[in-house]
Write a protein that binds this ligand. Structure first.
Ligand SMILES: Cc1cc2nc3c(=O)[nH]c(=O)nc-3n(C[C@H](O)[C@H](O)[C@H](O)COP(=O)(O)OP(=O)(O)OC[C@H]3O[C@@H](n4cnc5c(N)ncnc54)[C@H](O)[C@@H]3O)c2cc1C
Length: 452
């Protein structure tokens, strides 16, 4: 148990721009992320500088208090949920420095910069930062790096790790680590290790990110299908034909209906599945994609070159997470991914699962990356539905792994999937990861209970 006097000592060591509270009355959101899991922290600190982070880390180490790093709390795997033994939530959302070197095309950002804030600043210089999770207007870059976030454009441009050039981070000893271009790029690639480490190895305090020249807006296509499998086969065919689309998103009929209810869009409630596609302006490529849709019996196709009208179509996709959340009393969202050639099998499996289950199950995702977000919805929130969710989720995860896929395409393992990690990783590999974790954090104070 930590005394008020000790907390006061910590508060005295923090800078004026930081904040500390032990009263969670107005900060209930710091008990959870965007999943249904939650925990009660002993305190929340909003750090404003490396020195604040160092003070918190040294304090927590001295008093054996778990540290839970946190960005915007939009995570979908329980990554910043405080553990049962309490813990101090260390928010980096106020660390918002943002400098762009347009010549070198490098941005140096604090972990609290929102993804969209970087996109907006880069756009003023004709540049862009491609990894764009659908939460891009809320999530922080620190959270994106810690989760190795993917996004809509990642099919063509790659995911977060492809843009991280280096970082500064604070170890559990309260020392500053420099990785990648913050050093000479020699030695172990510690930055690669920290990317996707879900706050379990160190606290990221600055990130150097690669920017690229902003691509021209391309052609947007919406194609409707009478069966989910035909839409999924189209995804495999487009990729099999060697066509790299900028975006290739799949929505099943029920996800489209949720979106329609959230944001009225004519006709969306009548389809069995939709594909939303963006590709660079190129008549040959557009024709090839259109042909793939028609061969798989698409029932409707719309092609937009006008950016304003195209944006209306993208709204359908961007609102999906909120739309599927608001319609149900409880939603649990899984994000499996499989090789594209197995995508039709996965979609058929989810369709059959939905037909035979008492739960409402729908799905959508970055299909171009073989990614499928499967939502398990309970309209009542009763106990039987929770039990059913557990059974159905395990079936889904086993299926994804049996198709050569993964438990998580982009949301991370966190708390939500740690009990399933053995489905995907063998003991020797898991053991190596656990040994690495104990080198960085021998007393298990950094985000305990996550991943393993
Ligand atoms: C509507 C919606 C749409 C989404 N769409 C996508 C999508 O398209 N693609 C995708 O990949 N994800 C998506 N997500 C999930 C989520 O937005 C991402 O995982 C995002 O990267 C989390 O960022 P955050 O700032 O909210 O991090 P948080 O949720 O606060 O934390 C996430 C993890 O990062 C760690 N962390 C945070 N900051 C630091 C730091 N400074 N140092 C060390 N560790 C840290 C935390 O401990 C935790 O483990 C979506 C979520 C929502 C709600």
């Amino acid at each position: 148990m930590i005394s008020e006097a000790d907390i006061k000592k910590l508060a005295d060591r923090l800078s004026d721009s930081s904040e500390l509270t032990t009263d969670l009355t107005d900060f209930e959101e710091y008990c959870h992320d965007a999943t249904i899991d939650s925990g009660q922290p002993v305190a929340v600190v909003w750090a404003a500088s490396d020195d604040d982070v160092i003070a918190v880390v040294r304090f927590c180490r001295k008093h054996s208090i778990p540290i839970v790093p946190r960005g915007a709390g939009t995570g979908l795997s329980g990554g910043c949920v405080p553990p049962p033994q309490g813990g101090l939530v260390l928010s980096t959302e106020r660390m918002k420095t943002l400098r762009i070197d347009p010549e070198k095309r490098i941005a140096r950002v604090g972990p609290g910069v929102i993804t969209k804030e970087l996109l907006d600043e880069a756009a003023k210089l004709g540049l862009t930062y491609p990894p764009d999770p659908a939460s891009f207007d809320e999530s922080t870059l620190g959270g994106n790096v810690a989760e190795n976030a993917g996004g809509l454009r990642c099919k063509r441009f790659g995911v977060t790790k492809d843009y991280v050039l280096g970082m500064r981070a604070i170890s559990i000893d309260g020392e500053i680590l420099h990785t990648g271009i913050y050093n000479s790029n020699r030695g172990f690639a510690l930055g690669d290790l920290l990317t996707g480490s879900e706050g379990t190895l160190a606290i990221i305090t600055e990130i150097a990110l690669r920017l690229i020249e902003a691509p021209e807006t391309g052609v947007t296509m919406l194609a409707a299908f009478d069966s989910p499998e035909n839409a999924a086969r189209t995804v495999a065919d487009i990729t099999g034909a060697g066509q790299i689309t900028t975006v290739l998103e799949y929505l099943d009929g029920d996800a489209a209906a949720c979106s329609n209810e959230y944001e009225k869009q004519d006709g969306l409630h009548k389809v069995a599945a939709l594909l939303l596609i963006e590709l660079p302006h190129n008549p040959k490529a557009t024709k090839l994609v259109e042909d793939c849709c028609r061969i798989n019996q698409c029932s409707y196709i719309r092609i937009e070159t006008d950016p304003t009208r195209a944006e209306q179509l993208w709204k359908v996709r961007r609102n999906l997470s909120k739309a599927t959340q608001e319609i149900a009393s409880v939603r649990v969202s899984e994000d499996v991914a499989v090789p594209i050639s197995r995508f039709p099998e996965l979609v058929r499996f989810v369709d059959e699962m939905n037909r035979s289950s008492s739960l409402r199950i729908n799905s959508y995702g970055h299909a171009g990356d073989g990614n499928l977000h499967v939502n398990f919805l309970s309209m009542t929130g009763d106990e039987a539905d929770y039990r059913m969710m557990d059974t159905e989720i395990e079936r889904l995860l086993r299926k994804a792994v049996s198709l050569g896929g993964t438990l998580s395409g982009e949301h991370g393992i966190g708390l939500a999937k740690r009990k399933y990690i053995g489905f995907e990783f063998d003991n020797a590999t898991l053991d190596a990861m656990k040994k690495l974790k104990s080198c960085f954090d021998p007393n298990g104070l950094l985000n305990p209970g996550k991943i393993f």
